[in-house]
Design a protein. Structure first.
Length: 133
């Protein structure tokens, strides 16, 4: 279901996660910690190895999702936006944080050949995913 997680198909991920949010969360569930837990459960349930608050570089990323069989991983930093208009800016901020704090280094040192970086912004029942390889 989440092949697009590793394939650089941010639009597909944006739509799938937004659909899940629309169908499952309450209007009162809007905080970054809620979205963090939502992503953890979603990717764990999809069969991936998920580490929350993965310590690497000079900090810790929100999530690292590993496909051990294919030696690929995704480093995710999630942000909560105060408006729909701020979602793009929050994705950029998340990607910048991944690079500045070198969150992907630990996963690369573990031998993962493909490491995708995703900044994900949330606003209410909407999601926006931006990525870099």
């Amino acid at each position: 279901m989440f092949h697009s997680l590793f394939a650089g198909e941010e639009q597909v991920l944006t739509e799938r996660i937004s659909d899940l949010l629309f169908d499952s969360i309450s209007y009162f569930d809007y905080r970054e910690s809620f979205y963090h837990a939502f992503l953890t459960g979603m990717f764990s349930n999809a069969g991936y190895a998920v580490t929350s608050n993965y310590e690497a570089g000079v900090g810790r990323s929100d999530l690292v999702v590993k496909d051990r069989k294919n030696r690929r991983a995704v480093v995710i930093e999630a942000k909560w936006a105060r408006s729909q208009e701020q979602m793009e800016e929050e994705c950029v901020r998340a990607l910048r944080q991944i690079e500045e704090k070198e969150y992907a280094k630990g996963v690369e040192q573990e031998g993962y050949r493909q490491v995708v970086r995703l900044g994900i912004a949330f606003f209410q029942k909407k999601c926006l995913v931006k990525g870099e390889k």
